[in-house]
Design a protein around this ligand. Structure first.
Ligand code: ZN
Length: 147
């Protein structure tokens, strides 16, 4: 378990230091900004959605290691997925970080955030990018706060 935990921490550190898809998407057709006042995390999620599929996704922002790593891994997880699959991933991820995940979750690398469930104050850091993604998908352009 502690070996797993170390590996998980390594993945989170790696993504927080060199986040993937960390850029402004020039041809985005959806965009939302999210803010977590509890920790000061800010994230902007850019999406290119075409015929119900997330063709491309990127983010910009500044925040703690968990919020940055979560946004980075989220972009990898949802790229190429359709909207229903994206919704399922968000649901599964939310259950994971709030400690409700059942057996056999199909979350892949997102499992590295399992430990967050032990730190309730960190849940908002881990879910900020996901809430922002959802706002962008629902409203096209939005600003959200976790408070
Ligand atoms: Zn944070």
């Amino acid at each position: 378990m502690s070996l797993l935990r170390d590996l998980y921490q390594e993945v989170i550190l790696d993504h927080s230091k060199s986040p993937r898809n960390f850029s402004q998407l020039s041809d985005a057709n959806r965009k939302a900004e999210g803010y977590n006042p509890l920790c000061g995390d800010k994230v902007t999620v850019y999406l290119k959605v075409n015929e119900g599929v997330v063709e491309n996704v990127s983010f910009k922002g500044a925040g703690c290691a968990i919020s940055t790593a979560s946004a980075s891994l989220m972009t990898l997880a949802v790229k190429g997925k359709d909207l229903a699959e994206t919704e399922e991933l968000f649901k599964g991820f939310h259950e994971l970080v709030t400690g409700k995940a059942g057996e056999g979750s199909e979350l892949g690398e997102l499992m590295v955030f399992q430990g967050v469930s032990e730190f309730p104050v960190r849940v908002k850091c881990a879910t900020l990018a996901w809430h922002t993604l959802q706002a962008a998908l629902e409203k096209g352009e939005a600003t959200i706060s976790t408070e």
